[in-house]
Design a protein around this ligand. Sequence first.
Ligand SMILES: Cc1cc2nc3c(=O)[nH]c(=O)nc-3n(C[C@H](O)[C@H](O)[C@H](O)COP(=O)(O)OP(=O)(O)OC[C@H]3O[C@@H](n4cnc5c(N)ncnc54)[C@H](O)[C@@H]3O)c2cc1C
Length: 511
Amino acid sequence: MVVIGAGPGGLASAMLLAAKGAKVTVVERLPQVGGRTGRWRQDGFTFDIGPTFFLYPRVLEDIFRECGRDLWTELRFERIDPMYRVLFENAGHLDARSDAQSMAAEIARLSPEDAAHLPRYLADNRKKLASFRPVLESPFNALTDYLKGDVLKSLFMLRPQLSLDRDLRKYFRDRRVRQAFSFQAKYLGMSPFNCPSLFTILAFLEHEFGIWHPIGGHAVVMDKMAEIARDMGVEIRLQEPAVRILFEGRRAVGVETTKGRYPADALVINADFGHAMGALIPNHLRRRWTDRNIAAKKYSCSTFMMYLGIDGLYEDVPHHSIMLAEDLEANIRDIQDGRVLPKAPSIYLQNAGVTDPSLAPRGMSTLYVLVPVAHVTGAIDWPRVVPQFREQVIDRLELMGVKHLRERIRFEKILTPQGWRNDLAIYKGATFNLSHTLGQMLYFRPHNRFEDLDRIYLVGGGTHPGSGLPVIFESARISTRLLAADLALEAPSSLAAATVMPPMELELEKV
Ligand SMILES: Cc1cc2nc3c(=O)[nH]c(=O)nc-3n(C[C@H](O)[C@H](O)[C@H](O)COP(=O)(O)OP(=O)(O)OC[C@H]3O[C@@H](n4cnc5c(N)ncnc54)[C@H](O)[C@@H]3O)c2cc1C
């Protein structure tokens, strides 16, 4: 078996396939594992490249258990509480709390009548998640999959006609409270004003299961996954990009990389979907996902990133904070139009040093700044606009409590949508993959068992269920299950025993 790409989806697949007894080789174009969940490390500073919120650990916990390991003893996580601060430009702030009572008190500071509706919001979303879980955990290979009992029931709860913001109006009248429960659409690179109402479960997942920080950063989780995979016999070949997939007729039979050829019974593609199709499979072999069809799809936003190593620590700035632009709808319109830079952008800031001093030299700390912007459309000349946009972002960081930043910067790295596209091999630099509109979800997303060709399976944010670590890990479970069934793989007896052991891990629901 060959896995193309050692991102979270590829590593999880390698672990699961090895647990099923397969001989696995992973080829990765970069010199490190993790993909968008990798790290930048320089001058003693360590930055997460992408993910900073570790959510819903349950899926990865299951994957570790399938490999006979325990997530909570292999890695150290810190639960972040308050989870994050949401700053409403010129309109106060809210500190999101893990326990419902403290959260209700926070909401009451902004809107007493809304606080009373928090229990109903939580109860409804608990039901919504329970009903949608089987859908997230199953493949969507055929349109008839929509007719399964679980799916029909949850589609009814999905309220396809409603946006996330509209759905939240049932509970919260105050715009700011709704924003605190809907900005999470950014995890999908979408707007709360047109993101499907299903995604109220994103904020719910945080409130129900917490937000976690892996000590050392998210890349440490990726390193551990690679280590476990290697322990199970997986070969991970870094700095060895796949250059083409080898076919016999319509059946994939191997991969050619810059260093050699690897025959394979089946392939798992973890590389970004849009990029991988164009780079690895000739257009004429693809039926549904031709270059033209891929180009015509809707894509998520991108992000303008600043990774800053600074002198000292901003002790009063929380681990996670989000400043939402005063005119949020205009901000989002600018991002979706893709013609101009957002004038007064929303900003997400991670000040990980308040939790994790291991990320910077003594007396210093790191700031990770994420500004949602349009994916590459050709309209914005990034090399030209970076200097001025950087100044604008630093000015706005003052509003988030980051004072006198310019004089404290000791290291700086900037990544633009073009950087995501060129350096990280992401189609259009759309950091969160194909948009999660209803027309691009479930059956309408590229299938886990790739529908265009034989013996190819997809994992990662570009396939079902979608972008975000928990669902990416889920995609690895779905795709490797399909692959194992198709190839009649069986777990070696030692691991089969490990998977039926009673779970020893923390019961997350009870934390
Ligand atoms: C800025 C940002 C913030 C995010 N924040 C969060 C968050 O807080 N929480 C969360 O849950 N999710 C978050 N995400 C979303 C998502 O979890 C990550 O992007 C995740 O890393 C995507 O995983 P993946 O498996 O789809 O692929 P990737 O991480 O993109 O990995 C794909 C791998 O394939 C490799 N590859 C590409 N082409 C080839 C080739 N030809 N040959 C060999 N290898 C190849 C790449 O180098 C890469 O290593 C964030 C994403 C971004 C970009």
